[in-house]
Design a protein around this ligand. Structure first.
Ligand code: FE2
Ligand code: FE2
Length: 324
C-alpha cells in the first residue's frame, strides 16, 4: 500500500545510490526488492484450462477494489488545507490561467455559484468533475508506458502512481454515483467532455508532460478547495442532508472506514486523495523542470527499495571506475 508520507522524500537519495550501483546498467535505477505478493489462487493446471468465463457467475457482485491506494488516518488528514504553488514561469502561468478560467466558466455554466448551494448541486458538480479527473493519470501512465516500450527504457516507477491516481478518481466517481441518478443529458455532457478532454490531454502530454502535470496540480488545488468548502458547509449546517448521511458501503470498503462512517468522514478521505494528487503532480512537473523525468518516482514506498544498509561499499579513491 502506498502512502504519501514524509519518508518518501527521504527515500529519494537512497534510490539514487541504489541506482548508481545497479548491475542492470545506467538506465535501471528502479530496483525491485522482496515485496509481499498475493499468492495466486490459480495453480499450474488451472493455467492450462481454455477458459474460465463460467466462474464469473460464482464471484460475488460486491468486492473490494484490489488496487493499491492510500488509506488515511482521518484525524491526521483533517490537517489538509488548500495550498497554492506559485507559477515558476510562463508555462506554469499558462497552466494556472487555463485551470482558473475553466473553473470560472464551469461554476457559472453548471449554476453552482448561482443562488444557494444545495446537496444536489454539490453532488452534480462532483460527479461531472470526477469523470474528468480520472483521465490525466490514465493518459500520462499510458504515454509513459508506450515510451518505455518504444524507447526500450525503464520508467522508474511513475506509471504505477499515475494509474493509481486514475483508479482513485474512478472510485471517487463510483462513490458519488451512489447518491444521484444521472439522466441522459448529463450522460451526453460527460461523453462530449471525455471525447474532448482525453484527446486534448493526450496530445498536450506528448508535447509537454511538464505543462500537463502542472495543470493537473492546479486542478487538484481547486479540488482540495471545493472539498474544503464542502466540509465547511457541512459543519455550518448549510447542508442538512449531508450532515446526517452515512458513507455508502463502497466507500467504507475502499477507504477502510468505520462501519458507521459519516458522509463527512468520506469527504475528509476524498480531500486527502486530492491533496495527494496535488503533491504528486506538482512534484512530477518540478522533476521535468529539473530534467529528472527519467529519475525514480519519489512516491514509491520505501519497502519497495533495498534498505540503505544493503549499499555496496564505496570504492576507494584510488580504485578504477567500473567498466561500462
Ligand atoms: Fe477526485
Ligand atoms: Fe484528484
Amino acid at each position: 500500500m502506498r502512502r504519501l508520507t514524509s519518508v518518501v522524500a527521504a527515500a529519494s537519495p537512497v534510490l539514487q545510490v541504489v541506482g548508481k550501483r545497479s548491475i542492470l546498467g545506467p538506465n535501471s535505477n528502479h530496483q525491485t526488492s522482496p515485496h509481499p505478493r498475493r499468492q495466486s489462487y490459480l495453480r499450474g493446471e488451472d493455467l492450462n484450462q481454455l477458459t474460465k468465463w463460467e466462474d464469473s457467475m460464482k464471484k460475488p457482485t460486491e468486492y473490494s477494489n484490489p488496487t493499491d491506494h492510500a488509506v488515511w488516518d482521518l484525524k491526521d488528514v483533517e490537517k489538509v488545507t488548500p495550498t497554492h504553488k506559485a507559477p515558476n514561469d510562463r508555462l506554469d502561468n499558462a497552466a494556472l490561467v487555463i485551470v482558473q478560467t475553466m473553473r470560472s466558466i464551469f461554476d457559472v455554466v453548471s449554476g453552482f455559484t448561482i443562488g444557494r448551494k444545495t446537496e444536489k448541486k454539490y453532488i452534480t458538480r462532483i460527479i461531472f468533475l470526477e469523470t474528468v479527473a480520472g483521465v490525466p493519470g490514465m493518459v500520462a501512465g499510458m504515454v509513459r508506458h508506450l515510451q518505455s516500450l518504444r524507447l526500450l527504457k525503464r520508467d522508474h516507477g511513475w506509471i504505477h502512481t499515475l494509474l493509481e491516481e486514475a483508479e482513485n478518481e474512478r472510485m471517487h466517481l463510483l462513490t458519488f454515483m451512489e447518491m444521484r441518478h444521472v439522466g441522459i443529458l448529463f450522460r451526453a455532457a460527460i461523453l462530449i467532455m471525455q471525447g474532448i478532454f482525453f484527446n486534448a490531454f493526450f496530445l498536450a502530454y506528448l508535447v509537454s508532460p511538464r505543462f500537463c502535470h502542472r495543470m493537473v496540480g492546479y486542478i487538484e488545488e481547486e479540488a482540495v478547495k471545493t472539498y474544503t468548502h464542502l466540509l465547511a458547509d457541512i459543519d455550518a449546517g448549510v447542508l442538512p442532508q449531508f450532515k446526517v448521511m452515512q458513507a455508502p458501503p463502497i466507500a467504507v470498503a475502499y477507504w477502510k472506514l468505520k462501519k458507521d462512517a459519516t458522509f463527512r468522514d468520506l469527504i475528509v478521505a476524498v480531500r486527502a486523495d486530492e491533496a495527494s494528487h496535488r503533491l504528486v503532480n506538482h512534484t512530477f512537473a518540478d522533476m521535468h523542470v529539473h530534467d529528472l523525468a527519467d529519475a525514480t518516482n519519489p512516491f514509491l514506498e520505501v519497502d519497495q527499495v533495498e534498505p540503505k544498509s544493503a549499499e555496496a561499499p564505496k570504492p576507494k579513491a584510488d580504485s578504477k571506475p567500473p567498466e561500462k
